[in-house]
Design a protein around this ligand. Sequence first.
Ligand code: COA
Length: 167
Amino acid sequence: MRTAIYPGTFDPVTYGHIDIVHRAAELFDKVIIAIANDTNKETLFTLEERLALWQYEAERDEKLRDVTVTTFTGLTVEFARQNQATALIRGLRALTDFEYEFQLALMNKKMNPGVETVFLITRSDYSFISSSIIKTVAKLDGPIRDFVPENVEKALRKKLKQKKSEV
Ligand code: COA
């Protein structure tokens, strides 16, 4: 059985990420969406919130029926080893992603030679989006519905309202 891990910060999950998982699910017997606790980013959503947002989408999507969603702490390659995964899935949007992804893939390969990084090229409609740009547009009350599911949009609007009232 071929297992792949799709690791990321997912702050929050977007249609770009969902598209990558749909395609990964066609290629592998088992796909585990792994939400990182140890990320270099300061996140808007907590780990539990990022998990709940992904779970909500996975439960309602026929194509994601066999996909597992979970969180992990520590190294991605260690998590892959624990789950007998042979591949890490990463989405590539543009040339600008390449250098970072190249470094990440080589370091992961060095730490766990048994795991290959598999890059999937992002669908062109989502090639210019990122979780950050969606958060920026949402903060300014701009339209984000084309890029995130309804539940994610609701959660984002709610979270940003909360943050605004805290300052
Ligand atoms: N469509 C739209 N956006 C996409 C996308 C796609 N197909 N693929 C990636 N992105 C965006 C994400 O939204 C994200 O945007 P942001 O920077 O604005 O948040 C960005 O591209 C990349 O984020 P993501 O895919 O979530 O990955 P990441 O770079 O945040 O995740 C980890 C990095 C979690 C994989 C890495 O930190 C990690 O492995 N951490 C665990 C600890 C570890 O092993 N560290 C050592 C690594 S050598």
